[in-house]
Design a protein around this ligand. Structure first.
Ligand SMILES: Cc1cc2nc3c(=O)[nH]c(=O)nc-3n(C[C@H](O)[C@H](O)[C@H](O)COP(=O)(O)OP(=O)(O)OC[C@H]3O[C@@H](n4cnc5c(N)ncnc54)[C@H](O)[C@@H]3O)c2cc1C
Length: 319
């Protein structure tokens, strides 16, 4: 029996979320007294793979081919390794790809599935995980009763633990998993940071006053390497695209740093950002509810505060 963690490289590099997943796998494997296998699909340099040892990776399987993402193909590859390594716990990111693969994987493996899991299991025997429900208003404990379990872990809920393992790396080919679909070409249509995977998000609300005022917000996001987001009325008004809308009826995000600029902090918006590590709010109304959720708050008019923030971050980044 073993624990299998699938992590996703981006252009041959790993992000912080991958380190959190490896740390998580290490802690679950150690609690169950099982081997940990890390599965990486894509061409990744040895040095980068070795760096996973710092987070407890002992065995790494690298399918060292750049295979275009196709949920059915990836499900096939991951389920083959899960069976080969007799994995009884399979962990994926609660990312766009993780969410696309996990249900298919659970079907293939005859496994119980728990998505958007928060932190380490509450218990291993029985296997009980914590997860948020009802837009983050409720914490649920869910028992997975099947022998094989598939989990997607919410970002920033388990933390990163440091180790000093020297991983054994197995480089292999996918052996062309048979699939009903095949990606024949892909073209990147936006180079922007993906909202669900962003470490930093700069988000604007109706306090931004109109689409013509978004340039400074985008500039701040660019300096910070952040994704941009918005409240629902902003996308409803057509100031920003719908895919940027965060909240109960939009995307649920969990960045390390969330800037809420001119956002009142309605409960439906907070439902989408409550797992953010640090929230910084700028609002001219000192009574705005966002200040109860924020870790840092600036009471002021965005027209004067935003350019000063941007300038300060520009200088900081340049120093
Ligand atoms: C069923 C349902 C689902 C919903 N789902 C979502 C959802 O998923 N996401 C979501 O965001 N909302 C959602 N909403 C809407 C939600 O209730 C709020 O109406 C919305 O979040 C408010 O957006 P806002 O904060 O941008 O705007 P407002 O409430 O209008 O707030 C604007 C804020 O900007 C401040 N401000 C104004 N001018 C300035 C300035 N110059 N400088 C600094 N601050 C300024 C104001 O003080 C105010 O606090 C939902 C509502 C319902 C009923």
């Amino acid at each position: 029996m073993s624990v299998l963690v699938y992590i996703e490289p981006r252009e041959g590099k790993f992000k912080k979320y991958s380190f959190e997943l490896v740390s998580y796998g290490q802690r679950v494997a150690s609690a169950l007294d099982q081997l940990l296998h890390i599965l990486v699909i894509g061409k990744v340099a040895r040095e980068e793979l070795n760096s996973l040892g710092q987070y407890g990776a002992t065995n790494i399987i690298n399918v060292s081919e750049d295979i275009p993402f196709d949920d059915q193909v990836f499900t096939g590859i991951i389920s083959n390794f899960a069976k080969q390594k007799e994995a009884n716990v399979v962990v994926l990111a609660h990312s766009l790809t993780g969410r696309a693969i996990a249900p298919r994987l659970a079907i293939r493996l005859g496994a119980g599935l728990s998505t958007a899991v928060n932190g380490l299991p509450a218990s291993y025997k029985p296997f009980i995980v914590n997860k948020k429900a009802f837009s983050g208003k409720t914490l649920v404990q869910q028992e997975i009763t099947t022998e094989v379990k598939v989990l997607t872990l919410s970002q920033n809920t388990a933390g990163i633990t440091e180790h000093s393992a020297s991983p054994v790396i197995e480089e292999i080919n996918s052996d062309a998993v048979a699939s009903a679909t095949k990606v024949v070409s892909t073209e990147v249509i936006t180079g922007k940071v993906l909202l669900n995977e962003a470490e930093i998000i700069v988000s604007g609300g109706r306090g931004m006053r109109g689409p013509e005022n978004w340039k400074p917000l985008e500039e701040l996001a660019q300096i910070l390497g952040a994704a941009t987001a918005c409240s629902r009325p902003v996308s409803d008004e057509g100031w920003r695209p719908h895919h940027e809308h965060v909240g109960q009826t939009g995307k649920v995000v969990a960045p390390s740093l969330y800037f809420a600029l001119g956002i009142s902090g309605a409960i439906q918006h907070l439902a989408g950002i409550s797992s953010s590590k640090v929230i910084v709010a700028v609002n001219k109304d000192p009574e705005a509810p966002i200040f109860s959720a924020a870790d840092y708050g600036i009471v002021g008019d965005l027209q004067s505060v935003l350019p000063k923030m941007t300038e300060a971050f520009r200088k900081f980044k340049a120093s």
